[in-house]
Design a protein around this ligand. Structure first.
Ligand code: ATP
Length: 267
């Protein structure tokens, strides 16, 4: 994207090549988001409205945030990130004003994507016991969604692990009326994710990623990323066990020929 709005955003450029598995999901989300952002006239020509809101749901660590960021970059859109719990707690008392400000800025700078992580914190079902504060925040969010016009070229992506915990009013037409599940990866997905996260690592010939994919049932993308990182750290400890003695005297050249072996992955 042109630039990211939150300071915590890594500056590295990610592409669809950095998403493992999820081929169909990426395809659908590109159609729903990248296409209208880049070519709004296509939707006008067909006489349909581009989506205003898309709800991504699925377990933590499977790539919802990753995909949202990549879509923004690939669409050349500004990316605004909002965390549900943060809106409710950090901006306590100013939550609605905070939301209004983000929507205004995103609309002004379109094409834009607003990514709302953990939207269930902002918009829990209103029939559940929620306080007036939450009710007002949901009402504000709904009003902002309803106020979006086609010309603003702004799409809101919301993410949740608990799709049934959110206020059903959010899913009405013209709001978050498209949904996409981002599931736990299967074996092939795990293999692709392992390939992505070990791409830059000096792997030993004995490393069999398909075998690792086989035995990591239940691991999500974030787990597989951690597995690769831990394997590299295991190599480091094996080759340079003397860390802690003196960092100045570290024989770093010993790492030159070192490779990450299968044992480093399975310990
Ligand atoms: P949460 O609900 O906790 O926000 P999430 O679904 O948004 O979870 P991400 O934040 O996108 O998960 O994933 C965390 C990290 O795990 C990503 O930055 C990425 O490095 C890695 N990861 C997750 N899923 C994938 C994937 N499908 N392909 C490659 N890497 C992945």
């Amino acid at each position: 994207g042109k630039r990211s709005e939150d300071a915590a955003t890594p500056t590295t450029t990610l592409t669809y090549e950095d998403v493992g598995g999820l081929r169909n999901q990426v395809h659908r989300i590109r159609e729903m988001i990248e296409l209208p952002l880049r070519h709004p006239q296509i939707f006008e020509r067909l006489g349909i409205d581009a989506p205003k809101g898309v709800l991504l749901h699925g377990p933590p660590g499977c790539g919802k945030t990753l995909i949202a960021r990549i879509i923004a970059q690939e669409s050349d859109a500004n990316f605004f990130s909002v965390s549900g719990p943060e809106v409710v707690h950090k901006f306590y008392g100013e939550s609605e004003a905070h939301l209004r400000k983000i929507f205004e800025e995103a609309a002004r700078k379109g094409p834009s994507i607003i990514f709302m992580d953990e939207i269930d914190a902002i918009a829990p079902r209103r029939d559940k016991v929620v306080g007036d504060v939450e009710k007002r925040i949901v009402a504000q969010l709904l009003a902002l969604m309803d106020g979006l016009t086609r010309r603003q070229n702004l799409i809101v992506i919301a993410a949740t692990n608990l799709p049934n915990a959110i206020d059903p009013a959010l899913r009405r037409p013209g709001r978050f009326d498209r949904e996409l599940g981002i599931p736990i990866p299967d074996r092939d997905g795990r293999l692709e994710i392992l390939e992505i996260h070990s791409r830059g690592m000096p792997l030993d010939d004995d490393v069999a990623l398909p075998q690792l994919a086989e035995i990591t049932h239940g691991f999500v993308g974030a787990d597989l990323e951690a597995l690769c990182r831990e394997a590299a750290m295991s190599t480091l400890r094996r080759v340079l066990p003397d860390i802690g003695l003196s960092l100045d005297e570290m024989p770093i050249d010993r790492l030159a020929g070192a490779t990450v072996g299968m044992d480093d992955f399975i310990t």
